[in-house]
Design a protein around this ligand. Structure first.
Ligand code: NAD
Ligand code: DAU
Length: 356
């Protein structure tokens, strides 16, 4: 049975994946209202939403998912029938140096969102309702040389970030089991693509290569990540939202494992030719640095349940996706410049007046 939402609340829609999701969702569902609730942390950038900001069915609300009164007002006022919850602190390295905000946003913020959603759903204000928790493969911990994470793999998070995401996943499960609330949970592998904040590996590499800065590779560079284009993730989320059974959990991944050092070499080589540099020139920027504490060795996602049940498959090959991503960054140096200089923080004032 297909669910057709008429008014969705997207949290964290000014971030990397949330903004890509909003662009795609509005294009695919022009009649559905989309409310984007985002408190614009350092990772939130309204410039990511250029092109949809004046769409008649799009609305931005500056606010925190932990603000229960605000969340209740949006749910009731907009007659929200689906919550797609991206908002989070998302960077593992930041969680190691400052875990508290990760618990506050990812655990307590999710709890507030769940509780207000439960009241809204139980009040019967909308005919149908769904709460979709956007999670990560990191909740499963780390793999050895072989094997894959399935939806049955026990949660064994290793970083404060992944522990906070696992906490949120367990609360989502509890709301389904305890109250019968219609929840969905997706766990995706590493994303790459446009609007990726340049503190994460791939956009950091592109930015540093362009600027001839060193490329920090943690440890021996042999940690493995499973990369998926962000637009494939957005499409998978929309599929799950519309077609998955209440209470279900789906892994999302591209069957695309790379050792970090191989990704670094690839991005170096693709940029040699684009920047008119000699072959091998960019690899000279590679610098092995102290490893991330508790660095998970390998992630690999088995997404066969999603393909079997709902027919989703990635559309991008990695070859195409990484080439297009590099070209996007080269063509959008203004966006990168605004992020690295901090001037992207001005967008809220420009569009809505006042300060965030
Ligand atoms: P991001 O850091 O780019 O964006 C997070 C967004 O959430 C920002 O716009 C930020 O302002 C907003 N936000 C943070 N705290 C908030 C709060 N208290 N109230 C309202 N808004 C708040 O993150 P991302 O990479 O786009 O990740 C989005 C989601 O997907 C996260 O839940 C993350 O755990 C999950 N995920 C990410 C990846 C990945 O590779 N990036 C992979 C799998 C899952
Ligand atoms: O697997 C999904 C997760 O992917 C998401 O849940 C997280 O939100 C997202 O940030 C991402 O986490 P990672 O820690 O895997 O991503 P990051 O880009 O930070 O690092 C990718 C790999 O590259 C990881 O093994 C660490 C390594 N790395 C990272 C940076 C920033 C480096 O070697 N050097 C670097 O400078």
């Amino acid at each position: 049975m297909t669910f057709s939402p008429s008014s969705i609340l997207v949290t964290g829609g000014a971030g990397f994946i949330g903004s890509n999701f909003i662009h795609a969702f509005i294009a695919n569902n022009p009649d559905c209202r989309v409310t984007n609730l985002d408190c614009l942390t350092y990772a939130g950038n309204l410039a990511n939403l250029k092109g949809v900001e004046h769409h008649p069915h799009y609305r931005f609300v500056l606010g925190d998912i932990g603000d229960a009164a605000l969340v209740a007002t949006i749910l009731a006022g907009e007659k929200i029938d689906a919550v797609v919850h991206f908002a989070a602190e998302s960077h593992v390295d930041r969680s190691i140096t400052g875990p508290e905000i990760f618990v506050r946003t990812n655990v307590l913020g999710t709890q507030t969102l769940l509780e207000e959603s439960r009241k809204h759903w139980q009040a019967g204000a909308v005919a149908d309702f769904r709460f979709l928790q956007i999670s990560t493969d990191e909740v499963y911990g780390s793999l050895g040389e072989s094997g894959y994470f399935t939806e049955e793999t026990p949660l064994a998070p290793n970083s404060p970030y992944s522990a906070s995401k696992a906490g949120a996943d367990l609360l989502v499960r509890a709301y389904h089991e305890t109250y019968g609330m219609p929840t969905l949970n997706t766990r995706c592998s590493n994303n790459y693509g446009p609007y990726h904040f340049p503190e994460k590996l791939i956009p950091l590499l592109i930015h540093n290569i362009i600027n001839q800065k060193s490329l920090p590779v943690y440890g021996d560079g042999r940690n493995v990540r499973d990369w998926l284009h962000v637009r494939d993730h957005a499409a998978a989320v929309e599929t799950v939202l519309k077609a998955a059974a209440s209470g279900s959990v789906y892994n999302i991944g591209g069957n695309n494992e790379w050792r970090n050092i191989d990704i670094v070499n690839l991005v170096c080589d693709l940029l040699d030719s684009r920047l008119g540099r000699a072959a091998g020139e960019n690899r000279k920027l590679i610098t092995f640095v102290t490893d991330r504490p508790g660095h998970d060795r390998r992630y690999a996602i088995d997404a066969s349940r999603l393909k079997r049940d709902l027919g989703w498959e990635p559309a991008y090959t990695f070859e195409r996706g990484i080439a297009e991503t590099i070209d996007w960054y080269l063509a959008n140096q203004e966006w990168v410049g605004e992020v690295t200089s901090g001037s992207y923080r001005e967008y809220y004032a420009q569009q809505y007046g006042g300060r965030p």
